[in-house]
Design a protein around this ligand. Structure first.
Ligand code: HT8
Length: 868
């Protein structure tokens, strides 16, 4: 139980507690022991008692589930002790509010955190089962779109590893990000049924159900003390049920919680309707309520203003704040201590309605005065902005609020009124500024600007890379910067080395560890110690061998999934991320076509062999992004088949990019493509994962690329393209892509090849909207950056041929990228935003790896023909 047992009730139950501890000690070897023998025993136990199967009848899924439960028992032990410790100490806690958590598969991750990966592998193998197949069996919890959701997952990992009490709060979508299939080169979406076979990592907590209100109207009243109050009379009430997933730190006893909410109807069945013969009407409420947590919106970096989306946002925020009040009061704190007990971080504006909901709880339900409520609220929230794209800044029509959250609209007007008064004092007579800063956008359909609400309601506002934060201050949020300069901070993103190095690249991990020990896994800046080995020839050989191994493994996967045979000795040039025009996957395509044209013009030309690998999903409603996917597949078809190319170029599109797939791609990359238009990518985090796996970056001065280049050194980074300022200047002077098209024959030929139907069996229509967009608008400056990109790629070709130099650069990238650990980022959040310190969790006894391997009677399971 997390944060629940009040001190009093645990004292009452001292006897029960004592016997639990005794019980746990006595049972350690059976249920939580870490030896190979204990693990085998536990696995067989779970197969029998949880899956209800004899081995002969068990499916691959049963084996996976039995193993998952075996691991979960060991997690629960740590989780329970963590909860007890936090409750006892009343620890200050981070609540990370996010509409997305892209967690990735849990089994391997948890085995590593527990430090029993090898033992379990041995146990499973000794039972005659295939461990790799078991790992592959896990359905990925795809509860996010891309970088923003994955960042939240990396941050939970670091919070637990740094022993910071924390809760992740979000939505338990029944259907996560769609599964991407390809038909004739076009993206086709399929429903992601990740829960269909059960999720062994979560625990349902129906005892902590809460209610959430929607719609209706408000009313005023005078209470018995003569005080004026407002009552919200909703027309719909929905239940929120929490499901908890333990988040174990890396080889710590800390297990924090990811708490995701499912929407249910309070009554599953309307008896009145049923009895009057309206059978469909009887379940109508249930269907409507449960729609709320049904499906993740599949748009990244774009907001559509749909009612269901706002409903989702308010739903999880209202559930979470009620849950936090329960914890606060349950631990015996007064309401006034809310901001001392909790630091809430808003992951973009998706949970920004929390500012208003907390005010409503304080003012309407707990009768605090406005000033005090507002002071607590502002001390509670921090706001992270993740985007510079205007289409991603959330605005909700006032009318929608009126209809869905009438009380919140009144509170927003009050917050705005007081804020505007504040602005008037700081900038007297500046009416234009008031209009710009107002929480209400009065142009056209009146709407609420959620970023403004988040800025006003938070103590800190942060961007996610140095350049991004500067652009927020100078551009997107400049008026807020003028108003509240002290609120602005930068927190450059980071990624967890546990998943993106240790788990996904064990050979690199071993090589590094033999040289510098294993402390780098928790203190990633220690990778610096690798620098002294940079030019050491045997070390270079081992380094190359590790990379080649990863590439060979990926080559096998590519052949299995696409049928395409690729050469592991060619340069693996990888572009994986969501499809968006600003990310410029089509610039990469123009590069490939240009190389192809060179080969066609001169079949004996000497070109460094490359394998171009793409991956990523397009939002289902984003036509241009889907067309770019089709273009890649069309070009791939032609290039891969053309005998003139003779294996010098291969183009691969790996469908259904996910965390699972990503873990095979980063380790195998030679070249990382980070080619967004300068000023558009807030940070990027894939760029960091590549660098930490020894890939070199070709990139623009955008997002965190700027800092990666600073860290690894300009001579170890392939820079190209216009800067943000140059782009701004071009745009203001009137940019005409035609001048580039007309004056650059190679560019013209590349685009003409597409228009002419060369890649589309003569169809000149299919790609017309894409080529027209480039030729007549080119909002992302592909044509302006084309030549610079081709030039730097020639440098890349040359560098790759100098194996020793390339290896040296690769090692230096890893050695100098330690700063991009999410541990560093989280430490900065702790020190500079949340003001929180670790709480040490101790297990009452040690049961880690040292328990002796008792002789075991468990026999090998005969599975001939059952494992594939
Ligand atoms: C940035 C990426 C950055 C990453 O956050 C991103 N921001 C979004 N998605 C990202 O990957 C984002 C922003 C606004 C949204 C949205 C997603 C609005 C509505 C729906 C989805 O693009 O550069 O690395 C983590 O900071």
């Amino acid at each position: 139980m997390i944060h629940s047992a009040s001190v009093k009730s645990s004292q009452d139950n001292q006897q029960l507690n004592d016997s639990l501890v005794e019980h746990e000690i006595l049972r350690t070897n059976h249920r939580t022991g870490m030896s190979v023998a204990d693990l085998k025993q536990a696995f067989l136990d779970n197969l029998f008692y949880d899956q209800g199967k004899f081995p002969a009848l068990a499916t691959q899924r049963d084996y996976y589930m039995a193993l998952a439960y075996t691991v979960r028992d060991r997690l629960l032990q740590r989780w329970n002790h963590t909860a007890a410790t936090y409750t006892e100490q009343g620890s200050r806690t981070v609540a990370y509010f996010s509409a997305e958590f892209l967690m990735g598969p849990q089994l391997g991750k948890n085995l590593n955190s527990l430090g029993i990966y090898n033992q379990v592998q041995t146990a499973i193998t000794e039972l005659g089962l295939d461990f790799e197949v078991m790992l592959a069996e896990e359905a990925e919890p795809g509860l996010g779109n891309g970088g923003l959701g994955r960042l939240a997952a990396c941050y939970l990992d670091s919070l637990a590893t740094l022993e910071i009490p924390s809760l992740g709060y979000g939505i338990r979508y029944e259907f996560g990000i769609f599964q991407q299939d390809l038909q004739d080169g076009w993206q086709v979406e399929k429903t992601d049924k990740w829960l269909r076979l059960g999720n062994p990592w979560e625990l349902k907590r129906p005892e902590w159900e809460v209610e959430v209100k929607f719609g209706g109207h408000t009313d005023t009243y005078i209470d018995d003390k003569g005080c004026y109050g407002v009552r919200w009379i909703p027309d719909q009430v929905v239940s929120g049920i929490p499901y908890d997933t333990p988040i174990l730190g890396y080889q710590t006893a800390t297990a924090n919680t990811l708490r995701l909410w499912t929407a249910e109807a309070p009554e599953s069945f309307n008896f009145e309707s049923f009895n009057s013969g309206d059978y469909l009407g009887a379940v109508y409420e249930k269907v409507i309520s449960e729609n709320i947590s049904k499906v993740l919106y599949p748009n990244d970096d774009s907001s559509q203003g749909k009612q269901l989306r706002l409903t989702q946002q308010y739903f999880f925020v209202a559930c979470s704040l009620q849950d936090m009040l329960r914890i606060l009061l349950g631990q015996g704190f007064p309401l006034e201590k809310f901001a001392d007990k909790f630091a809430v971080q808003l992951n973009d504006t998706h949970p920004a309605i929390a500012v208003v909901e907390l005010m409503r709880l304080f003012v309407d339900e707990h009768h605090l005065g406005w000033e005090q409520a507002w002071s607590i609220t502002q001390r509670t929230f921090g706001y992270t902005n993740h985007t510079l794209l205007p289409e991603a800044l959330e605005r909700w029509p006032v009318e929608l609020f009126e209809h869905l959250l009438p009380r919140h609209l009144q509170l927003i007007y009050e917050i705005n009124h007081r804020f505007i008064d504040e602005v008037r004092i700081k900038f007297p007579g500046d009416e234009a500024r008031l209009t710009r800063l107002s929480l209400i956008d009065e142009t056209g359909e009146r709407s609420i600007r959620m970023a403004h609400l988040a800025c006003v309601g938070s103590h800190t506002i942060n961007g996610v890379a140095a350049l991004h934060t500067e652009l927020l201050k100078q551009d997107v949020l400049q008026d807020f910067y003028a108003m509240y300069p002290h609120k602005f901070q930068n927190k450059t993103n980071g990624v967890t080395p546990r998943r993106f190095m240790v788990l996904s690249n064990p050979k690199l991990t071993d090589l590094i560890t033999t040289k510098i020990g294993d402390q780098w896994i928790r203190s990633l800046e220690q990778l610096q110690q690798l620098e002294v080995f940079t030019d050491d020839p045997p070390f270079q050989d081992s380094w190359r061998e590790v990379k080649l191994n990863c590439k060979r493994e990926l080559a096998v996967l590519i052949q299995q999934q696409t049928g395409i045979i690729v050469d592991p000795n060619s340069m693996f040039d990888i572009l994986i991320k969501r499809f968006h025009e600003y990310k410029r996957q089509h610039l990469k395509v123009l590069h490939i076509i240009a190389l192809y044209n060179r080969i066609k013009a001169n079949p004996d030309i000497d070109i460094t062999p490359r394998t171009f690998i793409f991956g990523g999903k397009a939002a289902p409603g984003y036509w241009m992004a889907k067309l770019i996917i089709k273009l890649i597949n069309s070009v791939a078809d032609v290039v891969n088949r053309d005998p003139d190319v003779r294996g010098r170029l291969k183009v691969v599109f790996m469908k259904n990019f996910s965390v699972k797939l990503a873990q095979h791609l980063y380790p195998a990359a030679d070249l990382s493509e980070q080619i967004s238009t300068a000023g558009k990518e807030a940070s990027g985090t894939g760029n960091m994962k590549f660098a930490l796996n020894g890939a070199l970056t070709v990139g623009t001065l955008d997002g965190a690329n700027v800092e990666i280049r600073e860290q690894v050194g300009a001579e170890n980074f392939f820079l190209f393209g216009l800067t943000t300022e140059q782009i701004y200047e071009m745009r203001s002077k009137g940019y005409d892509p035609q001048t580039y098209y007309q004056s650059n024959p190679e560019l013209k030929l590349a685009i003409d090849r597409i228009s002419s139907g060369f890649f589309s069996s003569g169809d000149t229509e299919v790609f017309k909207s894409l080529t027209d967009s480039l030729l007549y608008h080119d909002p992302y400056f592909l044509l302006a950056d084309f030549q610079s990109y081709l030039n730097i790629q020639e440098q890349v070709d040359l560098a790759f041929r100098d194996t020793a130099r390339w290896t040296q650069m690769s090692v230096l990238n890893v050695a100098r990228a330690g700063i991009f650990s999410s541990d560093r980022a989280i430490q900065e959040y702790c020190d500079q935003i949340w003001n929180i310190k670790p709480t040490k969790v101790k297990l009452p006894f040690s049961n880690s790896q040292e328990s002796p391997d008792a002789p075991t009677n468990s026999k090998q399971i005969s599975t001939a023909g059952k494992i594939n």
